[in-house]
Ligand binder design. Sequence first.
Ligand SMILES: [Zn+2]
Length: 738
Amino acid sequence: MTVAIVLIVAVAAFYARRAWSGRSRGHRPNVLLITIDTLRWDHVGCYGAAQAATPVLDALAARGVRFETAIAHAPLTAPSHASILTGLTPVRHGVHDNGAFVLAPDIPRIATMMHAAGYATAAFVSGFPLDRRFGFASGFDLYDDRLPRGNAPRGAGETERKADATTARVLDWWPRPRASADAASAGRPWFVWVHYFDPHAAYDPPDEYRRRFAANPYDGEVAFVDAQIGRLFARLTGIDRLDDTIVLVTADHGESLGDHGEETHGVFVYDATLRVPWIVAGARVPAGRVVQTVARGVDVVPTLLDLAGVQIPAGLDGRSLRAALDGRAMSDEPAYVESLLASRNFGWAALRGLRDARWKYIAAPRAELYDVAQDPRESANQIERQPERVRSMSRDLDAALRAPARSAARPVDAEAAGRLRALGYVTGTGSPRGDGGGGRDPKDAIALINRLERAIADTRVDPARAATELRGVLAEDPGIVIAHRQLAVALSAAGDHRGAIAEIEALRSRDLATAEDLVLLSESLRVTGRREEAARAIEAAARLDPQSPEPALTEARALASEGHPAEAAGAYRRALDLAPDNAEALVGLGQAALVQGDVESAAAAFERVLSRDSGDVAARTGLGLVRGRQGRMDDAIALLQQVVRDSPANAEALAGLGAALARSGAPRQAVPYFERAVAAGLRTTPVLNGLGFARLETGDRAGALAALRESLSVQPAQPAIQQAVRDLAAGNDPSIRK
Ligand SMILES: [Zn+2]
């Protein structure tokens, strides 16, 4: 070899290395982990779904590696994510249910490992089960779990964030295309985890996707998330970082969609809910490979660390799949799987099992063994035909269960329980009747669980029907405590407060009432006029769960609705002592200040909410009304128009907008907003008088007369309005202006 050729080879190697390792010496690839909640593997195009519209994930698989078979460890968000983030099975990390456990802070997880290796770390999550209170935030410089409060009825807000809103938060955080690439590369590499929640029930995709997927809205949710991931990739392409970023996309679990009689997920450990997509692409990953080695949730951490060049700690349950990515053969390791939902919440049997490339064994009162390679739908139980295999898998399962758990169970507070139930979960309400192998086999009673889940979802829509269904559930199994609890909620929502009180008193007499139950009890007692007992129930709730702001919030709501703003403000302040950024408490404080004429304090409270969640409807309405009081009509009109566009039946905002327009000299525009406010139920004298005088200014004397007469029917003692009505009726111009 000549010197020239040696030199050329060396230079080529130098450039090749530079291309390999990025732009500068010591450059580390960025790492993007995307988890899509409830994404069933066979509803993704590159996994063979004909009806899917997942072009972004399909393209990712084409430029990377797709694992044909990947297994999640649990069909529930928190336990499965804990495995994805720690590399440990649920047996080791100890999180077995949503909302009921805190991932122990001393358990290393990928964020702490990447952070220690010099990475900037950020997480953007979209569902309440991953709220920071459950221990997922350690190691992240930024943990964005701000879920919108929305304008939904009690218990339904702050449960999920739509994919476009989460994407917007990520794009706010990431370097922009116009920022210099040098600035981005001069900084630390980043590790970002983005969690999307949309495919989770209820299936409610944006309009465009609802139309396109009218027959299957679940696929509409999946397509919407796929498009949002496309927005993330477009930004990375725009800043020349996509090829330089390791991307791993997987799911925490799938969705049964009726398989095995299960409608959603959580109870069973069949592949319908445990088999998930697993796609890796980007820096250091070859293109277009499909790997048959089984990937598992616990393999995410070691695989990403390996690709990023970060040391893999000892003691993980997972292993790096880098050899498989590179096309080398790897043996299969079995995946531990479990669901403790039915055991923890109904006192039925726990389901635990092992799943390898060929077989799945499920320990249950009636144990199951499936040849998943030949029988992917798990329809033919081989338990009698394979005694030897059952013995060995059962032995391996026992060994997997021997590892000590590290996380602590936590009491579920009232607010968390309400938010979990708003997601349709029967979980998170505690009162476990043991966790052993005894009890009913969940597969013998899946219809009962479906019925319970439907009744829970129904409570918000048709509480009377939900109560009937819940009574049916309890007739079949009176021991399901959560059904009693939910029956009280449904009865109260249906206006049967005596029935609700009786249900909760029955729980209380068995020492099963939670703080949440006592809060509900106090509301029902108050509505039925038993105020002193209501106050005692709130005190008992606060004693039972001293960390929860819910008792103070309940008291504040009652005081505000009874017209005691100063006392309500005091209770809201107590709630804020326990939960410093609680949006309901801040909004309540703002509204109390507004009622008392303290516009400065009101503005401060509403602005504080909006600085955290710019979409908060109640805070935006409040700030709009404040601006109106301050005479800042343009600001008032802009804020309230936004509210009315997003929630067209918001009576307060409609009335405030009408008033602001009328005072800005635009009575013709004001009239329809006043009319809509009245139609939305705000039939009060200020609104009716505002409507009357706005109509008068547009020359509609008959309409003005009608509105002012209606105002007098609400409150006759309005001398000025009486005079105006007399003037109008006599054909004169009214001598007063409101
Ligand atoms: Zn989930």
